[in-house]
Design a protein around this ligand. Structure first.
Ligand code: 8YV
Length: 325
């Protein structure tokens, strides 16, 4: 008897095919995000559930899991969509796919770090709308990247991958994290650690949010902390939307109290507050940080390895335990 696994979304063909070879894999052919009722049905029938960020596996759903559900092998790094404590209480193991999407996400963060101050999207729009009448010495002026200070909030593997890129662009690296990174990493990145985020915020030119969403980081950038940013600064978020108080950010942008923002994630995805659409100094992306073909294959491989290792009776390599959060 093969193990029954339920995939809540479509995954790359090769990943799904391998899963069908190894397991009794139930695919989501039409790729519609699962409703609450479908999620409840899945936790009652699957041995292994493979969810993504679009599934809200809160305690109400997890508490209804049948005894057959032993593993939630999430396709993604962030686990804020899963109540890991509730899963643990039910004896359900949770895994994720860290590491394999760091470089891709860092590329998108760097793209936003370049795009907003250099007005890349505005330039493209100008041409497409037929409004460009040629070069001018004062046209489309943005701000220089070289020599600026980058403040990274969350110095895990994604934050570090951004720091490496930013350093190559001539930026100096500042960061806030629960604790300082290893001295050799700090030396390599020539990075300055700020234990107190409020001290770092007014001193940097660009902020990049790269921490996970946890109870400790929810609205870490609230109205008060956002107000500490200088009026020439930019904010980029490729982490999780709810780390920033989105309404407070919109207010700040409207009042020109910061220079611009680049967002790939939002507080209530897929809802994007329409006030953001009217702000020309904002670049909006649809949560594509890890959206590369290579990355999705690597994530799929990790999910398969986690499931297979677990079924073989070992601790899966990417087990998430509440203490890590
Ligand atoms: C993933 C992400 O694509 O892995 C994460 O935490 O935010 C995304 O880049 C998504 O979570 C897949 O479930």
């Amino acid at each position: 008897m093969k193990t029954k696994i339920i995939l809540t979304r479509r995954l790359p063909d090769s990943v799904e095919t391998r899963m069908r070879e190894l397991f009794d894999a139930v695919l989501n052919e039409f790729d519609q995000p699962f409703t609450q009722a479908q999620l409840i049905d899945s936790v009652k029938t699957a041995d292994v559930l493979v969810p993504t960020v679009t599934d809200n596996l809160n305690s109400t759903i997890i508490e209804q899991a049948g005894p057959q559900l032993r593993l939630i092998a999430s396709f993604g790094t962030g686990v804020d969509h899963i109540d890991v404590n509730a899963a643990r209480e039910k004896g359900i193991t949770v895994t994720n796919t860290p590491g394999v999407l760091s470089e891709d996400t860092a590329d998108v963060a760097m793209a936003l770090i370049l795009a907003v101050p250099r007005r890349i999207v505005q330039g493209d729009t100008k041409i497409r709308s037929g409004q460009w009448d040629g070069w001018s010495p004062t046209g489309m002026l943005g701000h220089r990247i070289n020599g600026k200070r980058l403040g990274i909030i969350g110095m895990g593997s994604i934050g570090q991958a951004i720091a490496r890129r930013a350093k190559a662009f001539g930026m100096s690296i500042h960061y806030h994290n629960r604790k300082a990174v290893h001295p050799s990493t700090e030396a390599e990145l020539e990075a300055t650690y700020w234990e107190n985020v409020e001290q770092m915020l007014p001193r940097v030119d660009i902020i990049s949010v790269n921490c996970p969403s946890t109870t400790a980081t929810h609205h870490l950038l609230n109205a008060h902390r956002l107000s500490l940013l200088s009026s020439h600064s930019y904010l980029v978020n490729t982490g999780r939307g709810d780390v920033i108080d989105e309404l407070a950010l919109i207010e700040l942008l409207k009042q020109k109290k910061i220079a611009g923002a680049g967002l790939d994630v939002y507080e209530n995805e897929p809802i994007v507050k329409s006030e953001l659409f009217d702000l020309p100094n904002v670049v909006l992306l649809p949560h594509i940080g890890s959206a590369t073909i290579e990355g999705r294959h690597a994530m799929g491989d990790k999910v398969i390895i986690n499931i297979q290792t677990f079924l073989d009776g070992h601790t899966p390599p990417d087990r998430v335990v509440p203490a890590m959060l």
